[in-house]
Design a protein around this ligand. Structure first.
Ligand code: SAM
Length: 333
């Protein structure tokens, strides 16, 4: 059997298995690739909440996310409920909390995540972080997220959303995916719409405040507003892309003011992504530049009064407020 390793991530020190390659079959392990994902949870909680919030970590794994929150956003936390259905995970969470000398503000549960959420009285922040699709947990998380609370969702089944498995996408996300250089953006917007439709059933309008695609996963933070009219405004922004892909969410992916505040709490890796997200132009899709320098292209477009920006979806991608013919004519001039 493999020995557990001692692992340090930001303020937290934990013991956990840290395998070279991770898979869903492994019961509990530490995944270093998700450090950024956890760091952004810390930033959102610090930047968004005015008063201490009730936090839920329904799929806690090693407990590292909850531990980091308790150490790095302590002032913004009233309580944190840490849950995992694996007994091995719960044992590890207890050991790791002790190791980090954390002895208050938390309660540990060992239940199925849906049961844990539905038996609760609700939370201001819920973090859904499963292996694969978040689908099985959306209904209960949306039912228990408070007005003006934040629902954070991770999805790692990007193959369906980016069109490798078109029928799986239609079945699981009620939309037709696209399979070209825009697939990551369209997949993210398909996922957002699906989650918003579940919210609309309960008259909860889920407004994305931070959304991104990275490596093998999607991550979205939604602010939960309440009311039928707000839901209608959301649903009106669900449209087809190029008349046949989607429907997708065509509204904003980011709240730039929140991102600006988050930067006060960000480490260099998080800040790098946040700055691109903050400045990304609010349009659906982008174009790829081949031999042109991004800064030159943005400058030339600006001189013609056309807004443009980089995009986190692709290093050579440019978002702009004009059609392709106009874009390439201007940047080649
Ligand atoms: C991706 S890991 C979580 C990682 C953790 N959130 C982190 O940031 O390090 C997914 C966890 O969900 C747990 N899990 C999967 N299905 C569950 C369910 N139905 N109810 C509760 N926990 C579940 C697994 O035991 C595993 O620990």
């Amino acid at each position: 059997m493999k020995q557990d390793d001692m692992i340090k991530e930001s303020s937290a020190e934990i013991i956990a298995e840290s395998p070279k390659t991770v898979s869903k079959q492994m019961e509990v392990f530490y995944n270093p690739v998700m450090k950024l994902n956890r760091s952004l949870s810390v930033c959102v909680i610090n930047a968004y909440f005015g008063k201490p919030a009730r936090i839920a970590d329904p799929m806690a794994g090693t407990g590292i996310r909850a531990i980091r929150l308790l150490k790095e956003a302590e002032g913004k936390i009233e309580s944190i409920d840490i849950n995992d259905y694996s007994e091995k995970s719960v044992e590890l969470i207890k050991k790791n909390l002790e190791l980090n000398k954390i002895n208050n503000k938390f309660t540990i549960h060992n239940k199925d995540a849906n049961l844990f959420l539905l038996e609760s009285t609700g939370f201001d922040y819920i973090d859904i972080d499963p292996f694969g699709t978040p689908n099985p947990f959306l209904d209960s998380a949306i039912k228990r997220i408070a007005r003006d609370g934040i629902l954070a969702v991770t999805a790692t089944d990007t193959a369906a959303l980016t069109g490798t498995y078109e029928h799986a996408c239609e079945r699981k996300y009620w939309a037709k995916p696209l399979r070209n250089y825009l697939m990551h953006e369209i997949g993210l917007r398909i996922l957002i719409r699906k989650i918003q439709l579940i919210g609309a059933q309960y008259e909860k309008a889920l407004v994305p405040v931070l959304s991104y695609s990275k490596d093998h996963y999607y991550r979205i933070f939604f602010r939960c507003e309440k009311g039928k009219k707000k839901c209608d405004i959301i649903v009106k922004q669900h449209k087809f892309f190029q008349e046949k892909y989607g429907p997708i969410w065509t509204g904003k992916l980011e709240d730039s003011a929140l991102i600006q505040k988050m930067l006060n709490y960000a480490d260099p890796e998080s800040a790098k992504l946040l700055e691109i997200l903050r400045d990304e132009l609010d349009v659906v899709g982008f174009k790829e530049l081949n031999n042109q320098k991004m800064e030159d292209a943005i400058k030339k477009l600006k001189s013609k009064g056309i807004e443009s920006s980089r995009t986190h979806f692709a290093g050579n991608g440019i978002k702009c407020d004009c059609d392709s013919a106009t874009l390439f004519k201007i940047i080649k001039s």
